[in-house]
Design a protein around this ligand. Structure first.
Ligand code: PBG
Length: 324
């Protein structure tokens, strides 16, 4: 009997693209291997438009995939690292991280070429608190309006003329062949990306040696170091998803350089910290940037937002809410 591996994925266009991407790579690596893709609907997909979509946070988009692997209906799950919670259920872990796509946020508009060209009071669509906060700091004059749905939906809403511009992850646009819609890339100084943005991770059963061997060649160590540092920062801040947290690491001159940020969604407060160090210290660096942000008062921001009642009008405003 030919060897088989089953991939669990959400059914959105981007999730499917990512699963196909992993499937193709596995088929190339292992001729003769049968790769099956199992599309699943997660709770996050079902309650997309419900006001209570806030409940459950990031786990909303991965839980069903994890149950599928634990029940042995699937062997691996392919995720956008941006949407993967800090902790994994017993029996599952993150086994490999693929080479990162462009991690920056992208400026998309049918009228303007860049953030700086937007006229006073222009309307920008985004439901990410992280993007909202940094936009408000940079351009307090802008009107920021909620924008939800998957990548295709958000582009359609822009085309309907509701917004002057929208902000999306460049990676999703590039993967779905919407690169030409990117008018400009927003520098990390102006919109520090989300933790894990642009990276794809593979989760599987911790004890599944067969699957580990099959997927190991897909691992990209530099990306893994960057994402590990970013996720350690998130974990140190107790990574809720209802707060504007950004974290972005790059390799520079042989070291790892990590920047982090926490702020109020309206831009009234913003704290930044950064660190450079050896790759092997990725996790410690994440914790230290987290600690530096806490020392500047990030804890009061996090506490203030934790007590804020869910705002039904804004819908789920976590990073994952913007629907991969
Ligand atoms: N928030 C949902 C989400 N999760 C991953 C991506 C894009 C791809 C990636 O970051 O790998 C997106 C879309 C977006 O934010 O525009």
């Amino acid at each position: 009997m030919p060897e088989t591996i089953r991939i669990a994925t959400r059914k959105s266009a981007l999730a499917m693209w990512q699963a196909e991407h992993v499937a193709d790579a596995l088929r190339r690596l292992h001729p003769g291997l049968t790769v099956e893709i199992i599309g699943m609907t997660t709770r996050g997909d079902k309650i997309l438009d419900a006001p209570l979509a806030k409940v459950g946070g990031k786990g909303l988009f991965v839980k069903e995939l994890e149950q599928g692997m634990l029940a042995r209906d699937a062997d691996i799950a392919v995720h956008s690292m941006k949407d993967v919670p800090v902790d994994f259920p017993d029996g599952l872990h993150l086994a490999c991280i693929l080479e990162r796509e462009d991690p920056r946020d992208a400026f998309v508009s049918n009228k303007y070429a860049a953030l700086d060209e937007l006229p006073q009071g222009a309307c920008v669509g985004t439901s990410s608190l992280r993007r909202q906060c940094q936009l408000a700091v940079r351009r307090p004059d802008l009107r920021i309006e909620p924008l939800r749905g998957n990548v295709n939906t958000r582009l359609r809403k822009l085309d309907e003329g509701v917004y002057d511009a929208i902000i999306l992850a460049a990676a999703g646009l590039i993967r779905l062949e919407f690169s030409e819609r990117i008018r400009s890339f927003i520098a990390p100084e102006d919109s520090l990306p989300a933790i894990g943005q642009g990276a794809i991770g593979i989760e599987c059963r911790t004890d599944d040696e067969r699957v580990h061997a099959l997927i190991a060649p897909l691992h990209h160590q530099p990306t893994a170091e960057q994402v590990m540092a970013e996720r350690a920062l998130n974990a140190h801040l107790n990574g809720g998803c209802q707060v504007p947290i950004a974290g972005h690491a790059v390799h520079r001159d042989g070291s790892l350089y990590l920047r982090g940020l926490v702020g109020m969604p309206d831009g009234s407060k913003i704290m930044r910290a950064e660190i450079s160090g050896p790759m092997a210290d990725a996790e410690r660096m994440g914790r230290e940037v987290g600690e530096a942000l806490l020392a500047q008062g990030a804890d009061t921001v996090l506490a203030a937002l934790a007590h804020e009642p869910a705002d039904p009008a804004a819908g789920q405003s976590s990073e994952s809410a913007s629907q991969p």
